[in-house]
Design a protein around this ligand. Structure first.
Ligand code: GLA
Length: 370
C-alpha cells in the first residue's frame, strides 16, 4: 500500500504578498498529512480521516462536484477531479486514509498539505509525470474552485517544494525560487497558537484579494501596472495621492512595503544579521495590524508581548491572520521565559490559553512507503 506525506508550513515573512505577485519566505515543517491509498474494485472514492469521524463515498464514474457544508473532502476531491480529467478518468476506485498532525485552524496550512499529498499521490499512481510546481498549481486551483478561497500559491508551493533546514525565497509572479539555509545557531523558531475563535474566513480573505485588485485598477489610471508587486516603495510614494479611499491606500501600502521587507529580510539572513531580520518581522506585524488589518487582539497580544521579552529576536503573525499562530525567533536560553511571559499575559488579556510548538523544518511532499 503506497503511503505519501506532505508538510504544513510556516511563513517567516512576506504575508499577503503572494496573490499580488510579490515575494514570500516560508519553510516546510516536519508535521503534515500522511495519505495511504488502496485501489478498490467498488468504483468508489472512499475518503476517511483518522482525525475526523465521517467517511465520504463518491462514485468514480460521475463527474465530480464540490461537496456542500465546507466538507474537508473538497480539498482532496478538488485535486483528484483535475488529475482524473488529465488522465481521461480513473482506472479504479480508491480508499484514501488521511492522517494529519498539523494543528487544524492554526494557520499552518493543514489544508494545503491535504491538497498537495493528494495531488502528488494521484500524479504518481496515474503516471501523469507532472512536476512539483504543476502539482502546487493544481492544489491551489482546488482551493479556489472546491473550497472557495482565492488564495495565492505560497502554501501549496512550499508544501510541494520544501527542503529541511532551508526556507524558500519565492517570487510568486515567476515562481522562481531559491533555497536559503536557515543557520540559526542558538536561536529557535517558536510557533504560538492563539487558539483564537476568530478565524480568517473565505469571505474576509477574498475581500482582501479584491481590495488589492481595486488598488491596481486605481493606480493604473495614472501608472499602468499588472499587479502591486510592479511598484517599488518610491513608485508608490509618487502615486499614493491618487488613491483617495483610505482603506485601499492602506492595503496597497502594506503589500508594497511587505515585499521590500521580505527582500531585505532574506538579505539580512544571508549576511547573518539575525537582529535586522527580527526587526523586519516586527515591522511586518505592525503593517499587518495597522494597514492590512488582519491581526486582532489575540495575535497582537502574542506578538507585542513577545517583543518585550529579552532574547526574542522577532515575532509576528504568520499565515492569513485573525486567528492562527505567531512565529517568533527566540534565543534558546530565553525560551522558558518567553513561554511563561507570553502565556501569562495572553491568558490575562484574552482569557485564552496559548500553545507553543518548536518548529522543525522538513522536506516537501514525498512517497514514504511503496
Ligand atoms: C493564506 C493563503 C496564502 C497567503 C497567506 C497570507 O495562508 O493560503 O496564499 O495569501 O494566507 O500570506
Amino acid at each position: 500500500m503506497p503511503v505519501y506525506f506532505a508538510p504544513g508550513r510556516v511563513n517567516l515573512i512576506g504575508e499577503h504578498t503572494d496573490y499580488n505577485g510579490g515575494f514570500v519566505f516560508p519553510c516546510a515543517l516536519d508535521f503534515g498529512t500522511r495519505l495511504t491509498v488502496t485501489p478498490n474494485s467498488d468504483r468508489l472514492l472512499r475518503f476517511r480521516s483518522k482525525n475526523l469521524a465521517d467517511t465520504v463515498e463518491l462514485p468514480t464514474d460521475r463527474s465530480f462536484q464540490p461537496l456542500p457544508n465546507r466538507s474537508w473532502v473538497n480539498y482532496p476531491l478538488g485535486c483528484i477531479a483535475q488529475l482524473a480529467e488529465k488522465a481521461g478518468g480513473l482506472p479504479s476506485g480508491y480508499d484514501l486514509l488521511f492522517e494529519g498532525n498539523v494543528p487544524i485552524g492554526a494557520g499552518l496550512s493543514s489544508s494545503a498539505s491535504i491538497e498537495v499529498v493528494t495531488a502528488y499521490a494521484f500524479n504518481d499512481m496515474l503516471g501523469l509525470g507532472l512536476d512539483r510546481t504543476q502539482l502546487a498549481r493544481i492544489a491551489q486551483q482546488a482551493e479556489h474552485t472546491y473550497a472557495g478561497v482565492n488564495c495565492g500559491i505560497m502554501d501549496q508551493f512550499v508544501s510541494a517544494n520544501g527542503k529541511k533546514d532551508h526556507a524558500i525565497f519565492l517570487n510568486c509572479d515567476t515562481l522562481e525560487f531559491d533555497y536559503v539555509p536557515l543557520c540559526l545557531d542558538d536561536v529557535s523558531i517558536v510557533l504560538t497558537n492563539s487558539h483564537s475563535p476568530h478565524k480568517l474566513d473565505a469571505g474576509t480573505y477574498n475581500r482582501r484579494v479584491q481590495e488589492c485588485e481595486e488598488a491596481v485598477r486605481i493606480i493604473s489610471r495614472s501608472k499602468p501596472i499588472r499587479q502591486l508587486a510592479d511598484l517599488t516603495i518610491s513608485d508608490f510614494k509618487e502615486i499614493q495621492d491618487t488613491i483617495t479611499d483610505p482603506v485601499i491606500l492602506r492595503r496597497a501600502r502594506h503589500v508594497v512595503t511587505e515585499i521590500q521587507r521580505t527582500r531585505d529580510a532574506v538579505r539580512a539572513l544571508k549576511d547573518n544579521d539575525l537582529s535586522a531580520f527580527g526587526q523586519l518581522m516586527n515591522q511586518s506585524h505592525q503593517s499587518l495590524r495597522d494597514d492590512y488589518e488582519v491581526t486582532g487582539l489575540e495575535l497582537d497580544t502574542l506578538a507585542e508581548t513577545a517583543w518585550q521579552v529579552p532574547g526574542v529576536i522577532g515575532s509576528r503573525m504568520t499565515g492569513g491572520g485573525f486567528g492562527g499562530c505567531t512565529v517568533s525567533l527566540v534565543r534558546n536560553d530565553a525560551i522558558d521565559e518567553f513561554k511563561q511571559t507570553v502565556g501569562n499575559t495572553y491568558r490575562q488579556t484574552t482569557g485564552l490559553q496559548a500553545e507553543f510548538y518548536m518548529a522543525h523544518t522538513g522536506d516537501g511532499v514525498r512517497k514514504i512507503t511503496e
